[in-house]
Design a protein around this ligand. Structure first.
Ligand SMILES: Nc1ncnc2c1ncn2[C@@H]1O[C@H](COP(=O)(O)OP(=O)(O)OP(=O)(O)O)[C@@H](O)[C@H]1O
Ligand SMILES: [Mg+2]
Length: 449
């Protein structure tokens, strides 16, 4: 699993993150180091490797300033299995006391997707070839004995010629609409069973069921194009060893998996351990073994959680990290604070990242043949409004930019398909006209912006 993607240096990782996230350098550095440390650990010998525990990260900062975004981007650029869970969800009825382990199962599912993709890519060419020759077999079967006259050699040659002709036609895409009949395997899915058991019970049932049930096949008519798809899928499945996939997925989840534990501050007791607090404290207690390292059963096999990286995040408005259980505090030794975003940050968020909001809207309008440009002073004004509304009503960080932009461009979004000529320049006057009264009216802005 010496994935090259995990060899990025902290500096490179931060540079990548910089392309999407404005500011928050301390947090970027911390996650970059954590990722590099896992690669470092993989270079060690067995014995040492076992000793090195991941240094989990606690991100502290107000809402909408990039906590989740950093974790999400990080996972994507390291192609590590990644899941995001709200710690508070485990306090809900039906979760409490039961299923904190489900996060590990989710992580393995995420790893399965990655490994399956990789495996699929590895066998793709071979599977295509197989599917193609099976198609050929179906379209130009060898004549049955009854049709055969006594000259076997001639028959063979004739068949070979037909095959070549059909192969050429297939290649030229001339056979796509032709109807063929193929044998398809029907998967019997133990629907009733999984429904009954919820996610606690479904570990091995699926696998067990598939082994016990007789293979069901049926003949179906379809076009060559459809048949090719099915044959390709079947070939992929036959070429990929599901045991190998499971094993690799587990290895990946165990060694480079990232669990993002959002709203960790919501599982801190606030009134001395009564009522809802009991379940909050309970969640912390349930989390502890997973974060410290335990073994969880999943339907793909056992997963050791010792080296999974946990990134916890919370606003910590009313409580502080020191209100967490001491053991849990110790497991999140790296603390990073994310700062409130300034108006200047908003300017940058609107314009700099790949896929920033202004770029997104411009691209959407471009699809209508309307070319939208934002002047720098218009961006400045937008950032100003976002900042102001955040101050006056609730501070929701960069999320404010979404509502502001939607409002600004509502009219254009509606009208653009009917606009014949296509240039719109968004200047400060345009911005002011659409946002000024709104942002001044506190009641209105609470609803709309
Ligand atoms: N520093 C930033 N740079 C670029 N975009 C940002 C930044 N902070 C936030 N955003 C944008 O705002 C959105 C919300 O941010 P994010 O989900 O990271 O918030 P959060 O800090 O996790 O907040 P919460 O505590 O409410 O979960 C993101 O999808 C992203 O587009
Ligand atoms: Mg978040």
């Amino acid at each position: 699993m010496s994935d090259t993607s995990h060899c990025q240096t902290p500096r490179q990782i931060v540079a990548e993150l910089d392309r999407f996230i404005v500011g928050q350098n301390a947090a970027k550095r911390a996650v970059a180091i954590a990722v590099r440390n896992r690669w470092r650990r993989q270079q060690l010998d067995e014995e040492m490797r076992r000793e090195v525990a991941p240094k989990n990260i606690l991100m502290i900062g107000p809402t909408g300033v990039g906590k989740t975004e950093i974790a999400r981007r990080l996972a994507r650029l390291t192609s590590a299995p990644f899941i995001k869970v709200e710690a508070s969800k485990y306090t809900e009825v039906g979760y409490y006391g039961r299923d904190v382990e489900s996060m590990v199962r989710e992580l393995v599912e995420s790893a399965m997707l990655i490994v399956r993709d990789q495996e699929q890519a590895a066998v793709e060419d071979q599977a295509k070839e197989r599917a193609e020759s099976q198609l050929l077999e179906i379209l130009a079967p060898f004549p049955t004995v009854s049709e055969a006259n006594d000259d076997a050699v001639e028959l063979k040659e004739r068949h070979a010629r037909t095959r070549e002709k059909i192969r050429a036609m297939l290649l030229a895409g001339e056979m796509e609409e032709r109807t063929v009949e193929i044998t398809v395997e029907q998967k019997t899915s133990p629907m009733m069973l999984t429904n009954m058991g919820g996610d606690q019970m479904d570990f091995d049932l699926q696998g067990l069921f598939e082994k016990v049930m007789p293979r069901n096949t049926s003949q179906r008519e379809m076009t060559v194009a459809e048949a090719r798809k099915i044959l390709f899928e079947e070939a992929c499945e036959a070429l990929i060893s599901s045991e190998k996939v499971s094993a690799r997925a587990i290895e990946l989840a165990e060694n480079v998996g990232i669990v993002f534990l959002d709203e960790i501050d919501k599982v801190v007791a606030t009134d001395g351990g009564r009522g809802a607090d009991v379940s909050r404290q309970g969640v912390q207690r349930d989390l502890l073994p997973i974060v410290e390292g335990t073994t969880v059963q999943t339907k793909y096999g056992y997963v050791k959680t010792d080296h999974i990286l946990f990134v916890a995040a919370g606003a910590f408005h009313k409580v502080s990290p020191s209100d967490l259980m001491p053991e849990l505090q110790g497991r999140f030794p790296i603390r990073v604070e994310l700062t409130d975003l300034t108006k200047q940050d908003f300017v940058r968020i609107l314009t700099e990242p790949r896929g920033s909001l202004t770029k997104q809207y411009a691209a959407l309008m471009d699809a209508e043949g309307v070319k939208v440009t934002f002047t720098p002073d218009a961006i400045d004004a937008l950032a100003g409004y976002a900042f102001e509304v955040n101050q006056k009503s609730q501070n929701i960080g960069a999320r404010r930019l979404y509502t502001i932009m939607e409002r600004l461009l509502e009219e254009l979004s509606f009208e653009s398909p009917d606009m014949k000529m296509g240039d719109v320049t968004i200047n400060p006057a345009y911005v002011e006209e659409r946002l000024d009264t709104l942002s001044r009216d506190e009641d209105l802005s609470q609803f709309i912006l």
